[in-house]
Design a protein around this ligand. Structure first.
Ligand SMILES: Nc1ncnc2c1ncn2[C@@H]1O[C@H](COP(=O)(O)OP(=O)(O)OP(=O)(O)O)[C@@H](O)[C@H]1O
Ligand SMILES: [Mg+2]
Length: 343
């Protein structure tokens, strides 16, 4: 048994629309964008993660870049498996894993049975011998450090790349949840459209994301405003590259509608919360996580809208994978983990 354990690899995987993270032995060993670059003719993988991202928007006819997940779920299974394989081999210095592999993979709460089965199949294909799934909001709650087993309600708002998931968790279960397809990717699209409409300048997805990170804002009046940000793009009138500067106020304007939709979903989730849990949430407030939680002023804006305290999780981009790692260590105890036989 000892020898057997020696060869045991245990992985916790957050397969996100924007980022894939893997924890092994309590440490984050992979933290890469969810993207793969492939040869268009042979379908061979050329690069995964950050390296593939650098090629995104700059490919020629022989290379394609694929983001295998859309709206939180796997949209291209073959590409997703190639990506996971590439990332696993990345962490093992190109050596193939051998021995016994156990995995916990997190999934969006709205996923169908067919989609769950497909995730199990993908895990089999990358040689996992023991696979469990965990719902993302549950993983986020664990990662934030909440005691999910207590008879106390907590509301988690996870704003990722593809989806915003809002869930109330108590007694090891998800009591109610809302999932909308408005999150980081949509914010990025909003910025691309705004630049085109307002400034007649065409920018790519990567540039728009950089604008969001550098001068993104949910409020028009920030206490500590970021400096205006220089943006390079192509002038739609002349066709020539040009540079302009954008302010956080402009981006707050560009993102306003999408953020309102998230606010509406939060209000709806609060409305659907059973009263005993609502009274817990009144006391504890809301927990914000996922990359979107980093948007300037978003916590304040949601707090103003709901009149509830809003807490931003520590290191929000890693809360879900941290929680998935905790689930991996407690897989014999946590009843909310899903195994193949339970679907
Ligand atoms: N500082 C920042 N300000 C605003 N947005 C940010 C910031 N940093 C990252 N993001 C955005 O967060 C998103 C990624 O978040 P995260 O890694 O939580 O998503 P994901 O888990 O991959 O997606 P999903 O959970 O929807 O499948 C991206 O859209 C990214 O642009
Ligand atoms: Mg996520």
């Amino acid at each position: 048994m000892k020898l057997f354990n020696f060869f045991k690899t245990e992985l916790a995987i957050d397969l996100g629309t924007a980022n894939t993270l893997i924890i092994q032995d309590g440490k984050v060993v992979v933290d890469e964008p969810s993207i793969v670059a492939m040869d268009r003719r042979s379908n061979e993988v050329i690069a995964v993660g950050r390296k593939a991202m650098q090629m995104h928007g700059k490919t020629h006819e022989n290379i394609k870049t694929i983001r295998p997940l859309r709206d939180g779920v796997i949209a291209d299974f073959q590409a997703a498996e190639s990506m996971i394989e590439g990332m696993i081999s990345m962490m093992n210095h190109k050596k193939k894993l051998f021995g016994y592999m156990k995995m916990v993979v997190c999934i969006p709460s709205g996923i169908t049975e067919v989609e769950k089965r497909a995730v199990f199949d993908s895990a089999d294909h990358v040689d996992s011998k023991e696979t469990y799934l965990i719902h993302e909001p549950m993983a986020a709650a664990l990662g934030i450090g909440l005691d999910v087993e207590e008879p106390v309600g907590n509301m988690i708002i996870d704003i990722g790349g593809g989806t915003t998931e809002i869930a109330v968790i108590a007694l090891s279960g998800i009591v109610c949840d809302q999932s909308i397809r408005i999150a980081g990717d949509e914010f990025t699209m909003d910025i691309m459209n705004y630049m085109k409409r307002q400034h007649n300048i065409l920018i790519g997805e990567r540039t728009a994301e950089q604008i969001k990170i550098n001068v993104g804002s949910a409020l028009h009046d920030l206490e500590t405003p970021p400096e205006d940000y220089p943006v390079n793009g192509r002038d739609l009138m002349t066709g020539i590259p040009k540079q302009i500067k954008v302010s956080y106020g402009e981006i707050a304007h560009a993102l306003d509608k999408s953020i309102s939709k998230i606010e509406d979903a939060v209000l709806k989730a609060l409305e659907n919360t059973p009263p005993e849990l609502a009274s817990d949430i009144y006391k504890t407030g809301l927990y914000l996580t996922g990359g979107g939680a980093l948007l300037r002023g978003l916590d304040k804006r949601i707090s103003q809208k709901t009149k509830l305290p809003v807490h931003v999780a520590e290191d929000p981009l890693r809360a879900v994978v941290r929680g998935t790692g905790i689930a991996l260590k407690n897989s014999d105890r946590f009843s909310f983990l899903i195994d193949r036989n339970s679907i």
